[in-house]
Design a protein around this ligand. Structure first.
Ligand SMILES: C=CC1=C(C)c2cc3[nH]c(cc4nc(cc5[nH]c(cc1n2)c(C)c5CCC(=O)O)C(CCC(=O)O)=C4C)c(C)c3C=C
Ligand SMILES: [Fe+2]
Ligand SMILES: [Fe+2]
Length: 347
C-alpha cells in the first residue's frame, strides 16, 4: 500500500446546456458552506428562485468561454495534474468539489491503484469556508462512510508561502514587462461578509472595518479577507510595486447580502472614470482560468472599462499549468512524503 495525491478544484458543468448548468448549480449552491442559511431557506432561495433564471444566464456565459476540449477550468486542471504526475512517482489524481469528477470517484481511483494514504491538495491559495473547508469536510465524510482504512492529510492554504509568492509574482512580471500600465488590480473572488465572521475562531476579531485584517490574530488562519490582502501585499513587495499603483478588490458577488468590498466591477468603473487609461488585472484566488476570469473579468470587466473611457485592459492569466507552478506542487508533495512540513521547500 502507499501514498497518493488528490488535487481538488471547484468543478464545472458537464456542458453548456442549461440543463447541465442547472444540475451543477444545484449541487454547488445547495452546499451549506456556500449558501449558509438553514436547509429550508436554502431550498427556497436556490430551488425556488435562483435556479429558475440563473442556469440560462450562466449557460450563455459558459458558451462564450467553453473550449473544444471542454470547460477551461477542468482542462487546465487536467494539464496541471499531468505535469505534476510527470514530476512525481506517486499517483496524482484530480477531482472537483462539484460536478461529475467527484471527490468520491477521485478517492476510489487512488484506492484502486493501491493508495491508503492521501494528501488532499485544495487548489485554492486562500482559505474560505466555501472552498477549502467544504472540500475537507466532504472528504472526511466520504472517508468515514466509504474508505475507513484511508489516511487523509491536506495541504494548508499557501497564500503567503514564499515559493508560491515567487511563482505568482513571476507570472505577473512576465505580463507587466510587455505592457504599459497605470494600475494593477488584484481581483479575488468575493464571499459574503457573514462567511468571514463565521470563520473567525476568536468570535470577536473580524470586524470587516478595514483594520482587523492588519492586526495580527489567530483568526487569520481562517480569514479569507486577511489572506487575500496578504497575497497582494507580498506580491507587491516582491515586485516592488509603488504604493498607489495597485489595488485589491473582490468580484463575482451573488444576491443582496453584503459581500467583501470593494467590488471589482465598481473599482474598474471608478478607475476608468478617474482617467486611468491602462490597467492590468490579476486574479490570485483562482489557480486555473475559469468562467470568473475569462468571462467576468476578461470580457465584462474590459467592457466596463471601455464604457467609461479606459483604453488598454490586460488580463493576466492564472498559474494554470505553468512549469514553475507544477514543480512547486511536486516539491510540496515530496516534502509530505518525507514527513516534512509540506509547504517548506528547501533550497
Ligand atoms: C454564494 C455563492 C458563492 C460563493 C460564496 C462563492 C465563493 C467562491 N467561488 C470561488 C471560485 C469559483 N466560483 C466559480 C463560479 C461560481 N461561483 C458562484 C457562487 C459562489 N461562489 C456561482 C453561482 C458560480 C457559477 C457561475 C455563475 O453562475 O456565476 C468558479 C468558476 C467555475 C467554472 O466552471 O469555471 C470558480 C473557480 C471561490 C475561490 C470562492 C471563495 C473564495
Ligand atoms: Fe464562486
Ligand atoms: Fe480580519
Amino acid at each position: 500500500m502507499g501514498k497518493g495525491v488528490l488535487l481538488v478544484n471547484l468543478g464545472s458543468p458537464d456542458s453548456t446546456d442549461p440543463k447541465d448548468v442547472k444540475t451543477y448549480l444545484d449541487e454547488f449552491l445547495m452546499d451549506p458552506r456556500v449558501i449558509d442559511v438553514p436547509y429550508w431557506a436554502r431550498t427556497l432561495l436556490v430551488r425556488g428562485i435562483i435556479l429558475n433564471t440563473r442556469p440560462k444566464k450562466s449557460a450563455e456565459a459558459y458558451q462564450k468561454i467553453w473550449w473544444e476540449e471542454g470547460s477551461p477550468l477542468i482542462v487546465l486542471s487536467e494539464r496541471l495534474r499531468d505535469k505534476v504526475q510527470e514530476k512525481s512517482t506517486l499517483p496524482i489524481g484530480l477531482a472537483m468539489r462539484y460536478g461529475s469528477m467527484s471527490i468520491k470517484k477521485g478517492l476510489q481511483e487512488l484506492v484502486a491503484k493501491g493508495v491508503d494514504d492521501v494528501l488532499l491538495v485544495p487548489l485554492y491559495p486562500q482559505f474560505a469556508m466555501a472552498t477549502t473547508e467544504t472540500i475537507l469536510v466532504l472528504a472526511e465524510e466520504l472517508q468515514t462512510k466509504y474508505f475507513p482504512g484511508l489516511k487523509l492529510s491536506s495541504l494548508p492554504p499557501f497564500y503567503n508561502n514564499p515559493d508560491y509568492i515567487n511563482v505568482l509574482a513571476q507570472s505577473i512580471k512576465e505580463q507587466l514587462d510587455t505592457i504599459d500600465y497605470e494600475q494593477l488590480l488584484f481581483s479575488y473572488h468575493g464571499v459574503p461578509e457573514r462567511h468571514i465572521k463565521k470563520s473567525d475562531v476568536t468570535k470577536s476579531h473580524c470586524k470587516i472595518d478595514g483594520s482587523c485584517c492588519k492586526t495580527p490574530s489567530p483568526a487569520h488562519q481562517y480569514c479569507y479577507r486577511h489572506q487575500c490582502f496578504e497575497t497582494t501585499r507580498l506580491v507587491a513587495e516582491k515586485l516592488q510595486l509603488k504604493e498607489g499603483t495597485y489595488f485589491t478588490s473582490f468580484q463575482s458577488r451573488l444576491g443582496f447580502d453584503p459581500w467583501l468590498k470593494p467590488y471589482t466591477d465598481r473599482t474598474i468603473e471608478r478607475m476608468g472614470k478617474q482617467g486611468i487609461q491602462k490597467m492590468a488585472i490579476v486574479t490570485p484566488a483562482f489557480v486555473s482560468d475559469c468562467l470568473e476570469t475569462l468571462e467576468e473579468i476578461a470580457m465584462e470587466g474590459e467592457e466596463i472599462f471601455h464604457e467609461v473611457g479606459g483604453k488598454d485592459f490586460t488580463t493576466i492569466p492564472c498559474l494554470n499549468d505553468r512549469e514553475d507552478w507544477a514543480s512547486l506542487l511536486s516539491n510540496w508533495i515530496e516534502n509530505w512524503v518525507a514527513h516534512k512540513d509540506p509547504l517548506v521547500v528547501e533550497a
